[in-house]
Design a protein. Structure first.
Lengths: 169, 196
């Protein structure tokens, strides 16, 4: 059992809320995450096989600009990585490890981490964002989209947690 | 009124990218400090054993919502120029449901996977590669999905606009909802601690 050195989630929530508010005030948009990976996926496909990437209609929204990676959300994610790294280091919470459920195998964890990631990437595109861009940002804007997504996500999570009871507990 | 600063041309494209890094830095810092880079805490809510996710998330939502609409009402921020997430009813419900399963399996959502990587979790790197693969998969099957993807579009509707009430009515309701949730979560956590 590692010692719990985290802040109160309410305090972290206030910090997150003020960060989101700053994004609204300065940039006129909220926080996001999933589309950064969509941009990276478009650029990677374009590097590997430009002809094929050009044929993918969905990717044209990213590949039509000169440098797709010079995007707000890609830079935001780089900042996110640095911020989390700093927080973990300063609180002595940084530990290199392949995290998994207690008693689970690393191989099983590899597959759940990968399959979960694929579903997240796919669903994020379908919903036009993820927990950051749709749920948190949309929820704070009182946008219908945010509340639909949040409710659907939690109901689904609870149902599948009841089915996969030993996944994490 | 001259904000959002970027929309009023007070911040250049290049400076916007620096702002992105700074905003992202605090986003990641608060996620990690709230324990939201830890898959055991992130999935705790679904097993009713750790409510850090809804506590942090609804606190953040309420703070940002009050701030956004206060600044708007005080004419300090032009809400018309803030990009509001558009609603596509069924795609967002189905997307949310698939997302919920992905979140449970991975133990992360996209932003928190990056926060987890920042705190040294290499399994989060597998999830990130999966997300990139999932995005490619979406682009590949997009022609077959486009009809559904663009269906039930409702534009940038908000709860106050649908219910035809003042935004503070909705915010008061969200505050009450969050308060009640927090109360029961604290009580539930205290009970489980006493029993263990």
């Amino acid at each position: 059992m590692e010692k719990n050195s985290f802040w109160s989630p309410y305090l972290a929530g206030i910090g997150l809320g003020l960060t989101l508010l700053a994004a609204f005030y300065i940039m006129g948009k909220g926080l996001g995450a999933s589309s950064a990976f969509s941009i990276v996926s478009a650029v990677a496909t374009d590097k590997l096989n430009p002809e094929y990437a050009k044929g993918l209609k969905y990717f044209s929204r990213y590949l039509s600009v000169d440098s797709p990676l010079k995007d707000w959300i890609v830079f935001e994610i780089l900042g996110l990585l640095a911020g989390a790294f700093t927080g973990a280091l300063l609180s002595r919470n940084f530990r290199l490890k392949f995290d998994k459920a207690a008693g689970g195998s690393s191989r099983a964890r590899f597959f759940t981490a990968l399959a979960g990631g694929i579903l997240l990437g796919f669903a994020g595109r379908l919903a036009r964002g993820c927990t950051s861009g749709v749920a948190l940002t949309g929820g704070a804007q009182l946008a219908l989209a945010g509340w639909l997504f949040v409710i659907s996500m939690f109901i689904s999570g609870f149902i599948f947690a009841a089915i996969f009871r030993r996944l994490w507990s | 009124m001259n904000s959002p600063l970027f929309e009023y041309g007070l911040i250049s494209e290049g400076a916007g990218l620096i702002v992105a890094v700074v905003i992202g830095f605090f986003f990641g810092l608060f996620l990690e400090r709230g324990g939201l880079g830890n898959p055991h805490k992130l999935t705790g809510v679904f097993y009713l054993r750790d409510f850090a996710v809804p506590k942090a998330m609804f606190t953040a939502m309420v703070v940002a919502s009050c701030g956004l609409y206060s600044l708007g009402d005080l004419k300090l921020l032009d809400i018309e120029k803030v990009w509001i997430i558009p609603t596509y009813f069924w795609p967002q419900i189905v997307g949310g449901a698939i997302f919920g399963l992905g979140y449970l399996l991975a133990g992360y959502c996209p932003g928190t996977a990056v926060a987890a990587l920042g705190s040294g979790r290499t399994d989060a790197l597998v999830t990130i590669l999966g997300m990139i693969a999932g995005s490619v998969l979406f682009a590949v099957v997009y022609p077959a999905l486009e009809g559904f993807y663009l269906s039930s579009g409702m534009g940038t509707v908000t709860l106050p606009s649908i219910l035809k009430v003042n935004h503070w009515v909705v915010i008061a309701f969200v505050l009450l909802l969050a308060g009640a949730m927090f109360y029961y979560m604290e009580r539930f956590e205290r009970k489980t601690r006493e029993n263990s």
